[in-house]
Write a protein of this length. Structure first.
Length: 157
């Protein structure tokens, strides 16, 4: 893992990290006491003091979710041996946002669905995904044509 201290980075360098989804937008302008650890191949990262104390992230092109879960779980176990996470028996893991309290787990997938957009089924798909516990948003904007029909499906906790 490579450690990047965010404070000495220029605004442009931080924007590149944000575009790669390695840091959160708030860290482009504010980066005191933050750090980013990235694996050599760039597929795994740990963001320290972003929206939360830690954010473990695995980005891979394959669909081997079990392997991804195994890798992230292992990293979490290693951190958990050194750091005590905030945990409540009733609410689960406590985070900076009550929305993410519980498991602390969020799973996202980026999908390219021009056929759904062109056939006008996008609203119906989004409503169905909400019923299944997912949120759907345009990756690059709200307008489907504007974002190139690329969407992010994200689990809700």
């Amino acid at each position: 893992m490579v450690e990047l201290s965010l404070m000495p980075l220029s605004a442009v360098q931080k924007e590149v990290l944000e575009e790669k989804a390695l840091i959160t937008p708030n860290l482009v302008s504010q980066s005191d006491h933050n750090a980013l650890y990235v694996s050599e191949d760039g597929s795994f990262s740990v963001l320290v003091n972003g929206y939360d104390h830690f954010r473990f992230q695995m980005i891979r092109a394959d669909r081997d979710l079990k392997k991804m879960w195994s890798d992230v779980s292992y990293a979490d176990d290693m951190f958990g041996q050194k750091i005590q996470y905030a945990f409540d028996k009733e609410f689960g893991y406590l985070t900076a946002s009550p929305e993410w309290t519980g498991t602390g787990l969020r799973v996202s997938s980026v999908i390219f669905i021009p056929g759904i957009v062109q056939s006008k089924y996008l609203t119906r798909l989004a409503q169905s995904m909400i019923k299944l516990g997912f949120v759907m948003r345009g990756l690059f904007g709200r307008d489907a044509a504007e974002n190139g029909c690329i969407f992010e499906m994200t689990s809700q906790i």
